[in-house]
Design a protein around this ligand. Structure first.
Ligand code: PLP
Length: 429
């Protein structure tokens, strides 16, 4: 790209865009990174610099960028139709993807309701759970149980069940009624259920690992216990697998680690291989049947987004699941998880590191020093050496595409370690 074009794009970025989760005052003083193209697990900016995509373009990319099978599926679908509504009308890829999703998901799930991002996948589950109980005549079930430090998205409903004060506290007056369980504590959960479960429509949880909270991993047995408590107390279980779904934790879905069968499974991010916005809320025949009736009973679920079940996104989703099957992606993942486990030992042994947490390819390295902006500084330093990462406070996050190779794995670990080393020189203990 010519210098003049580069300057123009950077100037426009700084003057016209408002970037998410970004303090724009700081951003406007920086040299913006603008992605132009990608290849496999690497992104290239408009100045031709190359970066390993160490956080899968915010936890979405699965098989790498510009994967020929995905590109071909999209091109083929473009020759048919780019979009048509799902309100009372089907489209071919949406139907075929639903079949594939249900085949991959826990067996109790039998219906797929599409939307287009993780927040809406959760909102839909929350609304369905609420409406279900109302239509069952259980008017008392109006509240929800969520977990402290949870993150379920940025729309007001998903913020209501969010437990990260930095993101959620300010909106408190706008939010609906939620009880929070603090800590992955089965005994505390049991007590809270005994006290309050009667009023809960559902419990929403990120199974096995809270991503945005800084890759906080639940102890073995916790998820199973929560599922058992939900069943015993007639509370519907919503598992938010927006981050964990599609192989990230080493299994197709995180609920498989403990054999949990949720009433709702919320999927987004990796569902389209990380290509296009798509989400799905999977649920059971029992919930589905609770909405059936003659039109004039007004039991329908009055919810639907314009781009729900978009054919292009669904075509990408089908191609992505085909790659999972054909390339035996989950089996190949075991070795990759071990590369990281091996490489992370150096971090775990470092006195500047409080804890290293890893579940599959979801990795958090928590620093001892909780200095504001330190994680971001380390990641900016890593970026200069061609590794793109985004921290969560003082937790350094690595979440590469499942297609990551050995060389890129060790480059991420090596660059991150040196960046940490350089940026924490003064903090050595
Ligand atoms: N739920 C979880 C567990 C997430 O990690 C995220 C995003 O990071 C979301 C929901 C929100 O998804 P989206 O950004 O697509 O709305």
């Amino acid at each position: 790209m010519r210098d003049e074009e580069i300057r123009k794009l950077k100037d426009l970025d700084l003057r016209t865009l408002w970037h998410p989760f970004t303090q724009m005052q700081e951003f406007m003083g920086e040299d913006p990174l603008i992605v132009e193209r990608a290849e496999g697990c690497r992104l290239f900016d408009i100045e031709g610099r190359e970066y390993i995509d160490g956080v899968s373009s915010l936890w979405v990319n699965v098989h790498g960028h510009r994967r020929p099978e995905l590109d071909a599926a999209l091109r083929a679908q473009l020759d048919k139709v780019a979009h048509s509504t799902m309100l009372g009308i089907g489209n071919v890829p949406a139907i075929l993807l639903a079949e594939k999703l249900l085949a991959a998901a826990p067996k109790n799930l039998s219906r797929v309701f599409y939307s287009d991002n993780g927040s809406t996948a959760n909102e839909i589950a929350l609304k369905m759970a609420f409406q279900y109980w109302q239509q069952q005549g259980r008017r008392e079930k109006t509240r929800f149980l969520a977990l402290k430090h949870a993150y379920h998205g940025d729309t007001i409903g998903s913020v209501s069940v969010g437990g990260i004060d930095l993101f959620h506290q300010i909106f408190q007056p706008l939010l609906f009624q939620v009880d929070f369980l603090d800590g992955f504590d089965s005994a505390a959960a049991e007590r809270l259920f005994a006290e309050k479960a009667k009023s809960w429509a559902a419990c929403i949880v990120e199974p096995m690992i809270q991503g945005a909270a800084g890759m906080r991993i639940q102890p073995p047995g916790f998820m199973k216990k929560l599922a058992e408590l939900c069943r015993r107390h007639e509370v519907l279980l919503i598992c938010d697998e927006v981050a964990t779904g599609f192989g990230r934790t080493g299994k197709m879905f995180a609920v498989e680690h403990e054999g949990v069968e949720p009433d709702f499974l919320c999927l987004a991010k990796g569902i389209s291989g990380g290509y296009l916005p798509l989400a799905a809320t999977l649920t059971t025949a029992r919930i589905f049947d609770g909405f059936r009736g003659r039109y004039e009973e007004f039991k329908a679920f009055f919810h639907g987004h314009s781009y729900t079940g978009n054919p292009l996104a669904c075509a990408a989703g089908i191609a992505s699941l085909e790659i999972f099957e054909r390339d035996r992606v989950l089996a190949a993942l075991r070795a990759k998880i071990e590369w990281f486990r091996e490489g992370l030992k150096k971090f775990a042994a470092d006195p500047r590191v409080k804890e290293v947490r890893q579940l599959g390819l979801m990795i958090g390295i928590e620093l001892v020093q909780d200095q504001l902006g330190l994680g971001a500084k380390i990641c900016r330093r890593a970026r200069r050496e061609g590794v793109l990462l985004r921290p969560l406070g003082n937790v350094l996050v690595i979440m590469p595409p499942l297609a990551i190779d050995k060389e890129a794995t060790f480059k991420i670990l090596d660059v991150l370690y040196r960046s940490m080393d350089e940026m924490t020189q003064d903090a050595k203990v």
